[in-house]
Write a protein that binds this ligand. Structure first.
Ligand SMILES: NC(=O)c1ccc[n+]([C@@H]2O[C@H](COP(=O)([O-])OP(=O)(O)OC[C@H]3O[C@@H](n4cnc5c(N)ncnc54)[C@H](OP(=O)(O)O)[C@@H]3O)[C@@H](O)[C@H]2O)c1
Length: 355
């Protein structure tokens, strides 16, 4: 039986769903896969809980018994209880937290992350992290960074490592923006109404401008580019933001929400410019051979896979030497706490199987 110890940072939507999935599947993992998966420590940004074993009541235990902690106190717990095969799970969105990754790698821990920060900060940090991982033979998996539970990063990596030249990646990378443009294109409805609906359903970030700015799509595009060996930075991505200058960051969130109807004439004009066969789609596009990263609003024929997208589905087209005219396509739910937590779980098991 291989003992694996998870230290989970971030117990919000994704982290808490993951803990519940892990608790549910723990008996099967012991029985069928010979893995004894333990969760000795879970924490948010302020408090942490050390426990010998977590059950389904872990949240009330956390509320009662969690204490403030420091990163070094976690190392003390690992030494004191002789925890083996430690995997750090990063279910935060914190840029500050990823600066601790080198410390964890030095201690021989592995890392699984939903957080995109470590892969999108400056290239120097990205390079140093990989050198450290290679030197200390630690694993760092982050499949959920792009397409949540969909196998995008692994597919790109496998194609690249097996000598298949990836030429272009193109697609709708954001579940929230997919939903917004799928509805707006097909229904007689104002843009502000679709945006409000997407926000009420929890598809957008609390401040919808975080989605509309295109930065999240740009981060995903950058991660894929770096996976293919491009030494690029976020500043290399040309982003067509959907937030007009009059409603950008200088406007408060409340002011933005109050003036949301100002978006209507802009998107009404774009929609009216589409002829019968065309729909609007907000895409990421990477021309690998020419190092061109673009995030933009495009007209797409209703006959293509992108033109036929429904709901919150994301879609990734991968053009390679062999998949040239007809790309390899991966499509499915590209966001949501359940699929994202399952993607983290899958990365954890991949590492556990190597230990
Ligand atoms: N939700 C999705 O569909 C989805 C899909 C793909 C990827 N992701 C990524 O998954 C990550 C988590 O998303 P989420 O929706 O679960 O976010 P969330 O609900 O806001 O939860 C974030 C958690 O991280 C904790 N945290 C923040 N900084 C921390 C730090 N320095 N140390 C320890 N804990 C810290 C927060 O604690 P406090 O409450 O104390 O601040 C909170 O528990 C994000 O990076 C997101 O981009 C999410």
């Amino acid at each position: 039986m291989t003992e694996v110890n998870l230290i989970i940072f971030g117990i919000g939507n994704v982290g808490s769903t993951l803990i519940n999935q892990l608790i549910d599947f723990k008996p099967d993992l012991r029985l069928k896969h010979n893995i004894d998966l333990r969760i000795p420590f879970v924490c948010n940004s302020k408090k942490g809980l050390y426990a010998k074993s977590l059950g389904h009541d872990w949240q009330s235990l956390f509320n009662k018994e969690s204490r403030s902690y420091s990163i070094s106190s976690i190392q003390e717990i690992v030494s004191q209880f002789r925890l083996e095969n430690v995997i750090i799970v990063d279910a935060t969105a914190s840029e500050a937290f990823v600066k601790e990754y080198p410390f964890f790698i030095d201690k021989g821990f592995h890392i699984v992350a939903a957080n995109k920060a470590a892969n999108t900060l400056d290239y120097e940090f990205y390079k140093i992290l990989r050198q450290k991982l290679a030197r200390l033979k630690s694993n760092f998996l982050y499949e959920t960074n792009v397409g949540a539970g969909l196998p995008i990063i692994e597919t790109i990596k496998n194609l690249n490592q097996s000598g298949e030249k990836v030429k272009k990646i193109r697609g709708v990378f954001s579940g929230s923006l997919s939903y917004i443009f799928n509805r707006f294109s097909n229904e007689d409805i104002e843009f502000s109404e679709v945006l409000k609906d997407a926000s009420q359903k929890g598809y957008t970030e609390p401040d919808a401008r975080d989605d509309l700015s295109g930065k999240d799509v740009a981060r995903k595009l950058l991660i894929l580019g770096r996976e293919l060996g491009l030494q690029s930075n976020l500043s290399d991505v040309k982003i067509q933001s959907l937030v007009p200058k009059t409603l950008n960051g200088k406007t408060t969130l409340k002011q933005f929400n109050d003036r949301i109807t100002e978006l209507n004439p802009i998107f009404h004009k774009s929609k009216s410019e589409q002829n019968g066969d065309k729909v609007l789609r907000y895409i990421g596009e990477l021309d690998v051979e020419n190092y061109i990263f673009n995030v933009k609003l495009v007209s797409e024929s209703r006959q293509t896979s992108l033109g036929q997208l429904k709901g919150t589905d994301t879609l990734f087209e991968i053009y390679t030497e062999s998949y040239n005219d007809r790309p390899l396509v991966i499509q499915g739910a590209g966001a949501g706490k359940e699929v994202t937590a399952r993607g983290l779980f899958s990365d954890i098991i991949k590492i556990a199987n190597t230990l």
